[in-house]
Design a protein around this ligand. Structure first.
Ligand SMILES: [Zn+2]
Length: 367
């Protein structure tokens, strides 16, 4: 029997740093691109940076029909990293010019958020990395969150350094882009976080199979967050280091080791794109070329060859039966790793889900 599921989501990817056309063969149908795109129209070095990464500029906006036929995933985007002037990742070698947007005061927050929204962002990404430079002060971070929420956009935070995950939570962000890995979070804080925060797992970046101290810190935090009822999404930070382009066996194994059940893992893979508040994330604006009079971010889908426009439906199919023994975790992983993503229209009519995607209902979606 082949199992048909809502398209698997990698909720933390950087499509500019990988070949997105390889994702489907690895089972990933949808991605949340958490930052690194830049304004091609109005930032120094923006177009040059795009060219350096081998992606097309704004003159190469694909037609909707052409993009829909591409082999890449459905994708939603964060746009630029919003952070303190001189903060992470503005000084990182991997960050192309224009990928960070400095926000120096609360008064600059609304404009920075508007800039991302104009470019088609579906989520706002902030960085709070005290290990790599200055971080947003409390008032500026709160102003960014307020500006994003005014537009019904969720906010995802990269937190690194003591107290940064707490600061993000206190400011009202909706998602942590990484399981906190700096230090062990107190249970009381985890309990409060579990009430309204979503964590994106990204455990395997800590050692890529050779677990570091941060891997163990993160795994312990994730296990307790999950136990407290916290919502976890599968995410890998794809593009950051030697990660497989597709489902990551080690990330799945790490989630199971944290106490998630196979059903929990499937829920983490098949969830809706995160949104604010509670509803699904809004779709990106329809593709439009920035004009001279209204400079805007280059639409990320236009910059990424092989990426389908948001809203295109893809599903994940897994050949063979899921192991019936709930304790056979290795068998579950082996089965899961056979997943492939397909355009829904490519499936034979009798295999189409009876009900609308993407709500998972494993029984109804079997074929
Ligand atoms: Zn990342």
């Amino acid at each position: 029997m082949t199992v048909l599921l809502p398209g698997f989501l990698d909720a933390h990817a950087h499509l500019a740093l990988i070949d997105p056309t390889q994702l489907a063969a690895g089972g990933i149908a949808r991605v949340l691109d958490l930052g690194g795109w830049w304004p091609a129209a109005d930032a120094p070095g923006g177009v040059a940076a795009a060219a350096a990464l081998g992606v097309a500029g704004t003159d190469a906006v694909p037609s909707a029909a052409g993009a829909a036929d591409a082999a890449g995933p459905d994708a939603r985007y964060a746009g630029q990293f919003l952070g303190a002037p001189g903060g992470y990742p503005s000084r990182q070698a991997w960050a192309p010019a224009g990928s960070a947007c400095a926000v120096g005061s609360p008064g600059e927050a609304a404009g920075a958020v508007a800039r991302q929204a104009a470019g088609g962002a579906s989520v706002i990404k902030v960085t709070l990395n005290s290990a790599a430079g200055p971080v947003l002060d409390t008032a500026t971070l709160a102003a960014i969150v307020a500006a994003a929420h005014e537009r019904m956009l969720p906010v995802a935070a990269h937190t690194e350094g003591p107290g940064q995950a707490d600061a993000a939570f206190t400011a009202g962000v909706d998602l942590l882009a990484h399981t906190p890995f700096t230090d062990r979070l107190p249970g009381e804080l985890l309990g409060r976080m579990a009430g309204r925060l979503t964590w994106i797992s990204t455990l395997d970046i800590h050692g890529w199979g050779e677990p570091t101290a941060a891997f163990h810190v993160a795994s312990d935090n994730l296990a307790r967050f999950h136990t407290a009822g916290g919502r976890v999404l599968y995410g890998t930070d794809l593009g950051n280091g030697p990660l497989p382009v597709g489902l990551n066996r080690r990330e799945i194994a790490a989630l199971l080791a944290c106490g998630l059940s196979p059903d929990d893992v499937l829920a983490a893979l098949t969830a809706d794109y995160p949104g604010y508040p509670n509803g699904p994330i809004p779709a990106a604006v329809s593709p439009a070329r920035p004009s001279a009079s209204t400079p805007a971010l280059a639409l990320a889908p236009a910059l990424a060859p092989g990426v389908s426009p948001a809203g295109a439906r893809r599903v994940t199919v897994i050949p063979g039966d899921r192991p019936t023994d709930p304790h056979d975790l290795t068998g579950f992983i082996d089965w899961l790793l056979r997943a492939q993503a397909l355009p829904a229209h490519a499936l034979p009519a009798h295999a189409q889900p009876a009900r609308a995607l993407p709500r998972p209902d494993l029984e109804d979606h079997r074929s």
